[in-house]
Structures are given as C-alpha cells and as structure tokens.
Design a protein around this ligand. Structure first.
Ligand SMILES: [Zn+2]
Length: 369
C-alpha cells in the first residue's frame, strides 16, 4: 500500500516537473520566411532559371524543415507561389504576425559570365563597400515595379548612392541578434562547403521596416554558371536549405537561453555586491544607483559607426545625450530615469522626432538585454 502511495507521489512529481516544459511549448515563436521577388519580378536572371524560382524552392524547403522539427515554431511565408509582393508588404507580414525572426532569401548577380561565387548574408546598415551597395541597389530596385513607389518609399531612389545615407543613422534595435543569426548562417554555409563571402551590411529596404531580427541571404551567384546550376538542382537546394535550417537551430538555442535568462533578470532583488566593481559606464548610471532600482532606463534614438558630438544636428537639439558602444557601433540615447514608466511616457514624445526610438535598460552601466 505504501508503495502505491509513493508511486503516486512519484508520478505527481514527474507531472509537476514537466509542466513548465508544456508551458514553454505553448509559447510559440514565429519565423517569417521571405522568398525574394516573384510574379512579374523575376529577380536576377540566370541562363536557364530566374532567381525567384530558386528563392521560393529554398524557402519552402527551409520552412518544411523547421515545421517538421519544431512544435514550438510557427512558420509563415510571404509567398508560397509565384506571386508579386511589394517590398514593404513583406516586412508588414512579419510585423503583423509579430514574428520573432525574418529571413529573406535571394540569389546574387554581378556581370554576366563572371566567375564570382559564394554566399553572403546581410543585415541592415550602411554598405561599407561598393560591392555591398550594388547588392542593395539591385535588390531595392524592384520597388520601381510597384505603383506609387516614390510616394510609398518617401522619394527613395534605389539607384542613387545618396539615397543610402539614411541607413547610416537608421535605428535598429535588433542589429546584434541579426548579426548573430547572419554569422550562424555563414558558418553553416561553410560547413556545407559553400564559399563564404561573409556577413555584410547594406541599406536593404525589405529589412528596413521589420521590427524583429532580420537578415537577407544571398544563396549564390546566378551569374556564375556552375553556381546557377547548383542552385537550380534539387540537391543543391536541399544543401542550402539544410544549412539555413542548421543556422536556425543554433539561433533558436540561443533564443531559448536568452528568453529563459530574461525571466531571471526581471527578478528585482539584486544584492549590493553585484553593483560594485563595474567600470564601464559607471559615471553614466550614477543617478540610477538610487537605492531600490539598480536599473536605469534610457531612450535610444540613433546608432552611428562614427562618434558624434553631443551638439550634432542629428540629435535635433535633444539634451542629455549619452552613448554606449556595441562593437564598432556607437548607440546614442537621450533621457535617463530609474523609472520605467517615466521612460515609456517620454518615449511617446521622443518618437515624434525619432520614429525608431525605443527604451533600453542598463544595469550597472551595461545594457540589460
Ligand atoms: Zn534578389
């Protein structure tokens, strides 16, 4: 009899232990897979196949791999057929569905008959080289197939180099995670024996309005005969989709760790010991050391690859400008408060001048992700 009770207790304990797992599974993450081009927009033209066909094939294969292996991931496609979709709408689909990750799939092109070969992954930013700028120009020029594109994209001329200056100061909250996913993709391509051309940044319109980590992948060059043949083949497409999937697996692991960690950092109790011996930005957060709340909230308004003076015109006369560094990027904030509500309230006002502004939390001078 006693044994039976013990057994019951044991089963109850097991149930209890596993209930958080069940909860975690309920919390789906959403991935939007965007097959570049489609319909009247064929993308880069190869000698026997167009870019749009390859993009769609790889997108569907990737989506199937994710859907087959993850119960807690929702896959959404911007298109599943040969259909024309405006660039902004692709980002809108991701935003409307509150996606957690956006992957735009493309194939590259340079001059016909060129031997340039390999894969590259872009995140949003200012192109550092002529080559990267050319990719952005080519991918962005599809907006000219849309009605009223000048109006819709605020007079953005995809072919003029000057237009791209806006990307230098573009706010991108998710840059870090986008770069980390892009790096996983390039690593996976290398493992799959594809030529790695690296992680790059460029002013890609399709990434501009997405409000989640987002990347644009160039699977290979349509202008290289061998690579075109490879990307056209089912075997090649399987390898490429599998590499993207493997990168997703790594990213998802990190994502799960991060979200689990987030719950931990929300806990308000912080022992005073944790607050000492921090060097970076100590001065900046002095005001936040006010007893109870060790977290200080600032409003990030823009990022720049260069250091800017606090009186720079781009700050639009805002006071209390400070910055923190993230790799080689300077991230500028205005406002500072230990009160999250005050920061949220102020944000509404700041957004009128900096539409991409958002609140960032700092703990002991470090960004509290
Ligand atoms: Zn493309």
């Amino acid at each position: 009899m006693n044994k039976l009770i013990l057994l019951h207790i044991f089963f109850l304990a097991v149930l209890f232990l596993f209930s958080p797992v069940i909860q975690a599974k309920d919390k789906k993450i959403t991935v939007v897979i965007d097959a570049g081009h489609g319909g009247k927009d064929s993308g880069a033209k190869g000698s026997t196949v167009n870019e749009k066909v390859i993009n769609l094939a790889v997108a569907l294969k990737l989506g199937n791999l994710i859907a087959d292996n993850y119960d807690d991931v929702k896959v959404i496609y911007t298109r599943k057929t040969d259909k024309f979709i405006e660039l902004d709408e692709r980002a809108n689909i991701a935003n409307r569905n509150k996606a957690d990750l956006f992957i735009s799939i493309h194939a590259n092109a340079v001059k016909k008959g060129s031997h340039v070969i390999g894969t590259e992954t872009f995140t949003l930013g200012l192109a550092r080289t002529e080559e990267n700028l050319d990719v952005a120009k080519r991918e962005n020029s599809v907006i000219m197939l849309e009605d009223n594109y000048l109006q819709k994209y605020e007079n953005f001329d995809p072919n003029s180099t000057e237009s791209y200056i806006i990307f230098e100061f573009m706010q991108n909250k998710h840059l870090e995670q986008s770069i980390s996913f892009a790096s996983e993709i390039q690593k996976a391509f290398t493992t799959a024996k594809r030529v790695d051309r690296g992680v790059k940044q460029a002013g890609l319109l399709v990434l501009r309005k997405t409000s989640m980590p987002s990347v644009l992948v160039e699977l290979g060059f349509m202008t290289n005969k061998d690579e075109e043949k490879y990307m056209k083949s089912a075997a090649g497409q399987n390898v490429l989709a599998a590499a993207l999937y493997n990168a997703f697996v790594k990213y998802k692991k990190e994502y799960d760790k991060r979200t689990a960690g987030q719950n931990k950092t929300v806990a308000p109790a912080v022992s005073p010991k944790q607050e000492v011996n921090e060097e970076t930005g100590k001065k900046e957060i002095n005001s936040a050391h006010a007893k109870k709340d060790p977290v200080v909230y600032k409003i990030q308004i823009l990022i720049s690859p260069k250091k800017l003076s606090a009186t720079d015109k781009r700050f639009k006369g805002y006071k209390n400008i400070s910055y923190y560094q993230d790799g080689k990027i300077y991230k500028y904030t205005c406002f500072e408060s230990a009160n999250k509500e005050a920061a949220d309230k102020k944000l509404l006002q700041v957004k009128k001048d900096f539409s991409g502004a958002f609140v960032v939390a700092f703990k002991n001078g470090k960004r509290n992700l």
